[in-house]
Write a protein that binds this ligand. Structure first.
Ligand code: HEC
Ligand code: HEC
Ligand code: HEC
Length: 116
């Protein structure tokens, strides 16, 4: 009886430890490239945003943490063209700027590969 209890405690302890330290979060690439049709690709500093915002859901509430999520959803009509740009990128950069803190670009050519 005591031996069984001891074993059970051991197993529970092991599982808890594995969950706490074993399961690494996949943070994806440090830099992402987001296609934007004829406007040209947008280089996106992913790690910088993870550090600055400390909130994955600030972006990934709208699209999942999977490669090519944005172009795939746009293709299926689940995201409109410019939806991410207007509702996230530019919206947040404008809000940060208005708050007088560090922000990102809001000028087309500072994000898009092809100057527009
Ligand atoms: C400011 C917006 C933003 C934040 C915050 C953000 N991400 Fe992302 N993430 C993106 C974008 C944009 C992509 C690229 C989507 C695409 O390829 O269409 C992406 C892609 C990913 C991918 C898949 C692509 C790859 O490189 O493997 C993973 C995994 C991921 N993010 C994890 C995270 C995690 C974990 C956090 C929080 C620690 C986070 N992201 C925070 C915007 C963000
Ligand atoms: C902060 C970065 C950023 C800025 C500034 C920006 N864009 Fe974008 N834009 C993106 C991203 C990322 C996408 C792709 C995701 C999407 O469609 O929402 C995009 C998508 C687009 C698209 C859709 C392309 C397609 O075929 O689906 C157009 C058009 C566009 N941008 C035009 C502009 C114009 C014009 C400006 C300036 C007034 C501008 N963008 C400023 C990041 C930016
Ligand atoms: C919720 C807020 C938020 C969202 C959403 C967001 N950004 Fe930013 N972005 C920031 C902040 C804050 C900074 C300044 C970070 C710093 O310099 O520490 C920044 C900086 C940048 C920079 C400049 C990086 C540098 O090296 O100076 C680029 C480029 C950029 N963002 C692109 C994007 C694009 C493209 C998207 C959409 C896919 C996006 N951002 C979405 C908050 C946001």
């Amino acid at each position: 009886m005591r031996k069984k209890l001891f074993l059970a405690v051991l197993v529970v302890g092991f599982v808890a430890t594995a969950t706490a330290f074993g399961a690494e979060v996949n943070k994806g690439a440090k830099e992402e490239v987001i296609p934007a049709g004829s406007q040209g690709d947008v280089k996106f500093p992913h790690e910088l945003h993870q550090q600055a915002l400390q909130d994955c859901k600030a972006c990934h509430a709208l699209y999942p943490e999977t490669p090519n999520a944005i172009p795939d959803m746009k293709q299926k009509g689940a995201l409109k063209p410019k939806q991410v740009m207007n509702q996230q990128c530019v919206k947040c950069h404008n809000a940060k700027r208005a708050a007088g803190v560090k922000a990102g670009p809001v000028i087309c050519s500072q994000c898009h590969g092809r100057h527009s």
